[in-house]
Design a protein around this ligand. Sequence first.
Ligand SMILES: Cc1ncc(COP(=O)(O)O)c(C=O)c1O
Length: 382
Amino acid sequence: MITCQKHLFSLAEDVSYLNNAYRGPVLKSSEQAAIDDLQLMRNPQRIAPDDFFNGVKRVKGLFSRLIGSAVDEIAIIPSTSYGFAVALSNWKVANGKKAITVQDEFPSGYFSINRWASENEATLEVIQRPEASDGRNELWNRRILDAIDENTAVVLISSVHWMNGCRFDLEAIGAKCKEVGACFIVDGTQSVGAMPIDVKACQIDALICATYKWLLGPYSLGIAYFSAAFDQGRPLEESWMNRTNSQVFSSLTDYQEKYLPQANRFDVGETSHFVLMPMLEQSLKQILDWTPETIQSYDFELKKQLAEYQESRGLGMDLSSFSSNHLFELPLKKELNPLELKEVLEKEKIYVSVRGTSLRVSVNVFNNQEDINRLIRVMERF
Ligand SMILES: Cc1ncc(COP(=O)(O)O)c(C=O)c1O
């Protein structure tokens, strides 16, 4: 088990940041890497042609270790919507099938699959979350599995629901998708980095992640995995960087018909992302060093502390395997206004989010028991 890692960040001492699901704080090492890269721009002659590619390769290598894939199955994307567009524009089936997502899926995913459904004359089935009860997250998972049938062409869901922390059983859903030949697209933004994932064991076809949350990366830089189902896919754009001769700057106009192999063809133009890419490289190294398994165990202790308080107040909290340890909802007494509570918390420099009628609390290795105690003290007063 690790101890609190706040010293590796520049978070203010008196701040309890319980909102990594909103945006992850930058590591000191990432900040330094960005500054170093920025300073390199003062003298562009020091930037060699290889520098356009090497940072990308290193980041792909680190990310592939995190999710259990090959390096060539990784693409650099600017946002999750871009990643969904790559996957869905390459998923061709006969018209009239079914697409599946879940209630309150993040808008980038929802709009992407909704558009795919209308362009392919498919119906979009949105699986509703059961009403509040013990085991509602488990039941939600069951409903998804029951909905996937021979007529299903695509399933698009998040690994962990961004509003309530419900953890979807990717292994079971992936197996059902394979059984019926459906494409399985996962938005990993709210878990990858903080929770273990194995894309092969889960039989995922496309894993799409923004990096500015649990990967502790910068905004405007995303990363994705594409399975062999997309090996011959068509990129959204025609970038010079995605052709087989791109590294030989003197002969770029010997236009090459061939794209780079596998997912490399889907890299967004200007893939190198100077300044941003070195930040992600540092955070991926740090996450691999901590390990997502350790992060989940660390976060569970903090979640348990809150669950004990909730119980003492007669309020529930899901501690089952169908709720993530790093992002979860904190049900409140009906008469309490969560937006007012959030305001009071912010006056005390405690930061959480409100999603629906619950507080959304998210914890990471820079938090400790005192952050949870501070949250409890204010809730008690409120
Ligand atoms: C599940 C999920 N996906 C995606 C995003 C944002 O992704 P993008 O802005 O890259 O589309 C968020 C942001 O909150 C999210 O929670």
